[in-house]
Design a binder for this molecule. Structure first.
Ligand code: SF4
Ligand code: SF4
Length: 76
């Protein structure tokens, strides 16, 4: 099963929300905190739902997201 991890560079994020809209799994959300430029940056809010598709990183105009994807063993 493909899983993902997204690191957010909060100082690069401008809070445009494009990545939130692009995510098919509702993983990202606004953090409610503000960076040094006053932007409400996003956070990796629902990590267990991330499938590592990379859509969020592709749409970010500020290269604020780094996406990692990996295979996770199924435990049955
Ligand atoms: S990698 Fe895909 S599933 Fe994970 S946060 Fe980004 S858009 Fe959502
Ligand atoms: S697309 Fe990039 S700049 Fe816009 S909210 Fe997401 S991480 Fe921040």
């Amino acid at each position: 099963m493909l899983r993902g991890q997204v690191d957010v560079d909060s100082e690069r994020c401008k809070g445009c929300g494009l990545c939130i809209d692009a995510c098919p799994k509702d993983v990202l959300d606004f953090s409610g905190d503000f960076n040094s430029d006053g932007y409400n940056y996003v956070e990796f809010a629902n990590p267990e739902e991330c499938v590592g598709c990379g859509f969020c990183g592709m749409v970010c105009p500020d290269m604020a997201l780094t996406v990692y994807s990996f295979e996770e063993e199924e435990v049955s």
